[in-house]
Design a protein around this ligand. Structure first.
Ligand code: S5P
Length: 264
């Protein structure tokens, strides 16, 4: 049986600067929790980021659902990410030709490349899409990165096994920029690639219902059984009575599951 490698060791092994930075934060803060800050008020997002920030390694945004977006508030979010030492992941899911995603990433209203540490992309458009994002990222001194969406959590999605396998291959070909996957289970033994998993709630059946096809699994299932590295939690935290307290519970549960996996 293959030995499990710690986040700390993986930070050492990988040549990808973004992965290195993330693994370092995860082992320092003892957190493999990504908070999905899916709210429509930027002020609320900032309040939550300040409260939950100490317990997360990543804060995930959907910048285009905010009603009160402006660049000053983005700067406040960046300041909070420095204060609490978390990374900002804009869940933009790029999926176009290279030339277009390059502009979508760096231009427009949101100027995503300026403030996000990393983004994600569908692999459907192939290497040109990855290349376009990579080119836009090159203008920065600090590391930028991208995850490929290899699997989806939602019911009846069109991704099959072959698509997932080809996605892993695409990631391997661009491992200077692509440092992992949005997925539901571990896809590769390459320790540099991180597996980030949404569709998580404590009680996957009795939790908040989602009538739009979202499917949930528990933190333990995701980390122990499916061998993912990071859990992504949105409504499990947001809809709870005390989001900060609940986030701490998710953090502890996910990290304990990881420690258990290391010692198995
Ligand atoms: O397969 C996926 C990929 C993503 S990035 N399934 C997902 O749910 N997501 C995102 O994770 C989704 O866009 C949302 O922001 C978050 C899950 O939110 P929750 O409220 O269901 O935890």
């Amino acid at each position: 049986k293959e030995k499990e490698i710690s986040f700390e060791e993986r930070a050492e092994i990988t040549n990808n600067k973004m992965a290195k930075k993330l693994f370092q934060i995860m082992s320092l803060k003892q957190s493999n929790l990504c908070f999905s800050a899916d709210v429509e008020s930027f002020d609320l997002l900032l309040k939550l980021a300040d409260e939950i920030g100490p317990n997360i390694c990543i804060l995930k945004t959907h910048i285009d659902i905010l009603n009160d977006f402006n660049m000053d508030k983005v700067q406040e979010l960046v300041n909070l990410s420095i204060k609490h030492n978390f990374l900002i992941f804009e869940d933009r899911k790029f999926a176009d030709i290279g030339n277009t995603v390059k502009s979508q990433y760096s231009g427009g209203v949101y100027k995503i490349s300026q403030w996000s540490n990393f983004v994600n992309a569908h692999s459907i458009a192939g290497s040109g899409c990855v290349q376009g994002l990579k080119e836009a990222a090159l203008q920065y001194d600090e590391p930028k990165g991208c995850l490929l969406i290899a699997q989806l959590s939602c019911k009846n999605n069109l991704i099959d096994k072959t698509y997932t396998e080809k996605t892993v291959k695409l990631a391997e070909e661009h491992s200077d920029f692509i440092f992992g996957f949005i997925c539901q289970n571990k896809l590769t033994d390459n320790p540099g690639f991180i597996h980030i998993t949404p569709g998580i709630q404590f009680n996957e059946n009795n939790g908040m219902s989602d009538n739009l096809g979202q499917q949930y699994t528990t933190p333990e299932m995701a980390i122990l059984q499916n061998k993912c590295d990071v859990i992504v939690v949105g409504r499990g935290i947001l809809k709870s009575e005390n989001p900060a307290e609940t986030a701490l519970k998710y953090k502890n549960t996910a990290y304990e599951a990881y420690l258990k996996r290391l010692n198995l």
